[in-house]
Write a protein that binds this ligand. Sequence first.
Ligand code: AMP
Length: 285
Amino acid sequence: MRTVTTRSELRAAVAAARGRGARIGLVPTMGYLHQGHLSLVDAARAAAGPQAFIVMSLFVNPLQFGAGEDLERYPRDLPRDAALAAGRGVDLLFAPTVDQMYPAGEPQVQVVPGDMADRLCGAFRPGHFRGVLTVVAKLFNLVGPDLAAFGRKDFQQAVLVRRMVRELDFPVEIVMGPTAREADGLALSSRNIYLAPADREAALALFRALSAARDVFALGQTDPGHLLTAARDVLDAEPRVKLQYLELVDPESLDPVQTADARSVMALAAYLGPTRLIDNVVLGG
Ligand code: AMP
């Protein structure tokens, strides 16, 4: 695996791979890699086929952090990430500085999403998805991948990237990978290392709550109120969990559903101490 830090080295390395007939798969990340990120490398490689050339980006994108969020303390460890990425078969690691990505400071031209970016997480993180889509568009332009892999864990992000690709005609196939979890159900996240032991334990209520709703749906319940109550009861029983939102939405529009079906997605965000975690499940499994 080669690591590059500049846009010109990135373009040159991808062009060379393409010249050898490679299909380029991109896995964008903010680093501090875990098995969820690495499972996306596998998904990208499987989708790209025998000529796969997998590019992973590691960039803690300041544009997607709001005032008072964890930009400065977000975990960073390039040597560790490089070892994990190389071990999983990443071909090219792109780890730019902020100056390399935004040489003129905050870009004057950005990708501005519509109302879908103001729901769920977007309601609490104004400008977050503008920052995400702007950096993803930039990475798509720099790498020119045939496909890019995103995790279902960040469900709203994956849906918005899909919309951007469709509506702005990026010639990139989007692959969505399943949420990788700890054995006890907690969704893997770079932010899990912030959790104090008692909060780590309490955080299990998130997936337990979503699973409770899924169980009630499996018994035939399709009323959103009942399904949300099933999840909320589990969350309410865990006082360390400070719920930010819990919603049952359509997977395409992100609108709240009137009647649940197997495609409906229950999504939540909650604070455990100072740490904000998100999770979601598809009701039909
Ligand atoms: P991040 O580094 O948090 O920006 O995440 C980079 C990519 O990894 C995004 O597409 C995330 O959705 C994905 N990802 C993060 N956590 C998980 C997880 N537990 N399972 C699957 N994908 C994940």
